[in-house]
Design a protein around this ligand. Structure first.
Ligand SMILES: Cc1cc2nc3c(=O)[nH]c(=O)nc-3n(C[C@H](O)[C@H](O)[C@H](O)COP(=O)(O)O)c2cc1C
Length: 238
């Protein structure tokens, strides 16, 4: 199994520890590629819209974005982690997700994403772990991923792993080990089932793309949908 991990912080703190507990359960049978933010995607989206309107390879940050995209496409399992910063994901994670706006379903979703599985790990000191997970889940689901599992935690104690009460550490460990156990039992030779919600998004966008194509058959996103056969009978899921 191939796993690609996007770490929302470079710090080897609590988030890192939680991610390591999860990955340790899977290492034996996995080839793991990890990215640490902001190091591996250090620039902000400038809002130039070149990716949307022209070509994602012409983005000023394409060297970083395309390297991450390739690893996301190649992986069977995607893992996203982030501590909560002011009730949301870290700025570094948000900045990376902004770069993938062109992969949202209303633009040019990648067919590779539809059968993928993903795990999101977030933790807060006292609040925001669910909204941080949602920040990531919003992108993943609009990329076309249906099987998204969330492990979010509230520390309610200290922000240093060793100082967190043992009972609390055990509880978090159990949740992560159980989630990894469920992942281990998946037959990755089959893509994840595409949910009704994902299909509804796809069909709503398809109507929109048909309209855009009528107005301008040269429109970048429409041409992409057309060339994939999605305006006709082909679908990105099996
Ligand atoms: C800039 C910043 C903002 C934070 N904002 C919140 C917050 O809004 N709510 C919260 O419960 N914890 C907040 N925290 C605590 C973190 O979510 C986290 O528990 C802590 O940084 C430890 O995680 P780490 O070791 O992985 O960095 C914040 C921490 C930082 C550095």
């Amino acid at each position: 199994m191939k796993i690609t991990v996007i770490n929302g912080t470079e710090k080897q703190g609590v988030t890192y520890k939680l991610k390591e507990i999860f990955l340790d359960e899977l290492r034996d049978n996995a080839e793991i590629t990890e990215f640490y933010l902001p190091k591996d995607c250090p620039e902000f989206c400038a809002g130039c819209t070149t990716c949307f309107l022209v070509d994602e390879h012409k983005c000023k940050d394409a060297e970083y974005v395309q390297k991450i995209e390739k690893a996301l496409f190649e992986a069977d399992l995607l893992v996203f982690t982030s501590p909560v910063y002011v009730s949301h994901v870290t700025g570094a994670m948000k900045s990376m997700l902004d770069h993938f706006g062109y992969r949202w379903m209303p633009h040019r979703p990648a067919k590779e994403m539809f059968g993928k599985r993903a795990v999101i790990i977030t933790q807060s000191l006292g609040s925001g772990e669910k909204s941080a997970a949602k920040d990531i889940k919003d992108s993943l689901s609009w990329w076309g991923i249906s099987d998204i599992r969330v492990c979010s935690f509230k520390l309610m104690s200290d922000i240093h792993w060793e100082k967190i009460p043992e009972k609390k550490r055990k509880k978090m460990t159990t949740k992560l080990v159980n989630t990894a156990g469920k992942i281990k039992r998946i037959d990755f030779s089959h893509p994840a089932r595409t949910s009704i919600g994902t299909k509804l998004k796809f069909y709503a966008v398809r109507i929109m793309q048909k309209g855009l194509g009528k107005d301008n058959p040269e429109y970048t996103d429409y041409k992409y949908w057309k060339s994939n056969g999605w305006i006709d009978k082909t679908r990105p899921w099996k």
